[in-house]
Write a protein that binds this ligand. Structure first.
Ligand code: ATP
Length: 319
């Protein structure tokens, strides 16, 4: 089916006969595959008598070769899929199959893209970036300190390169434009962090998505902010180079070397917030983060420090 999409992706008209001949199938088989493309992938295809079939908009599909060409000396192997449940899940399976890290898993869509605590990440076909980088960590708990914040910073800087000057961070792991979420980050770990473990750095970035019914909070995309269609291969290449530079700095100098830069880009620095931990809610004012990436909050005039994967921040004037 995706071979048919390869033929159509230029956004031009193709006759049923030409498509059938190229694929070695009948015109009615072409028709069936076109209907399947529309139903399965949510694509819209124009059908015009006498001219043939045309995608409503041209598509650029993910291409590991293109990504490699656009990133300086291909920092890691790229595995690109048409459809997976979640790129993080696929990455974890690859670790179990002993695929040597570092490697990167990408997909055109996720059928069960995930956020924290089992929440869903909307992942339509060929519109956004679903990116999971796997690193092997050898007995270095320090290498995990603040890691998800480092990834956030690399994503934010990449988005700025693509013209999203207002992109900023929300502790611990979101990238926002104003109050709208443009990217999310989910780190998952397998193995023993005190010995050998693998960490999956999962990143979802809204790139060309212009509408969705699947997101229940304010969101935006690079396309909506910049008005321009973005080449996802170029964005992935830039993100990989940015991430590589930040990861090297983090590994060499520790998170403390990145703490200040992170705080400077924290959109909620100094804001009155509620920290949600399960059923508990703590009201405070954001002071910043500490040298491990934990949140520093002033609560009843006293500075307190919070960390852990179960915590969510909300602005107090929102709640
Ligand atoms: P937290 O403040 O705890 O990070 P969150 O609601 O932002 O809370 P995440 O786990 O980071 O939670 O992300 C999942 C949430 O993000 C979903 O519940 C949904 O509201 C929103 N979401 C899902 N898909 C997208 C998307 N493609 N773009 C923006 N937001 C999305």
């Amino acid at each position: 089916m995706l071979t048919l999409l390869e033929l159509l992706k230029d956004g031009r008209f193709h006759s049923g006969q030409a498509l059938g001949a190229a694929l070695g199938i009948s015109r009615s088989a072409v028709w069936k595959q076109l209907q399947q493309l529309e139903a399965d992938l949510g694509l819209s295809i124009h059908k015009v008598r006498g001219r043939g079939y045309q995608l409503a908009a041209p598509l650029t599909l993910l291409s590991p070769a293109d990504i490699c060409e656009q990133s300086k000396d291909c920092p890691w192997t790229v595995l690109a899929f048409d459809s997976v449940d979640s790129t993080n899940a696929e990455a974890l399976r690859a670790v179990e199959r002993d695929v040597p890290a570092p490697f990167l898993v990408l997909a055109e869509r996720q059928t069960a893209g995930r956020g924290r605590r089992g929440r869903k990440w909307a992942s339509p076909f060929a519109e956004n970036v679903y990116y999971s980088l796997v690193l092997r960590i050898d007995g270095g708990m320090r290498q995990l300190e603040g890691l998800s914040l480092v990834v956030g910073l690399a994503v934010m800087q990449t988005l700025r390169e693509f013209g999203i000057a207002d992109a900023g961070l929300k502790w611990p792991n979101d990238v926002l434009v104003g109050r709208k979420k443009i990217a999310g980050i989910l780190l998952e770990l397998v193995g023993d962090p005190a010995d050998v473990c693998h960490v999956v750095l999962g990143v979802g970035i809204n790139v060309n998505m212009q509408k969705t019914d699947e997101v229940d909070q304010q969101w935006t995309s690079v396309r909506l902010e910049s008005g321009k269609q973005v080449d996802r291969n170029q964005l992935v290449a830039r993100l990989s180079m940015m991430l590589k530079a930040y990861l090297e700095r983090h590994q060499a100098q520790g998170f403390s070397s990145i703490q200040e830069e992170w705080e400077q880009n924290h959109l909620w620095q100094g804001s009155a917030v509620s920290l949600i931990a399960g059923v508990n809610k703590i009201d405070g004012v954001v002071m910043g983060i500490d040298q491990q990436g934990a949140l520093r909050l002033k609560v009843d005039g006293v500075e307190k420090v919070y960390s852990g994967g179960e915590l969510s921040l909300r602005l107090r004037d929102d709640s």
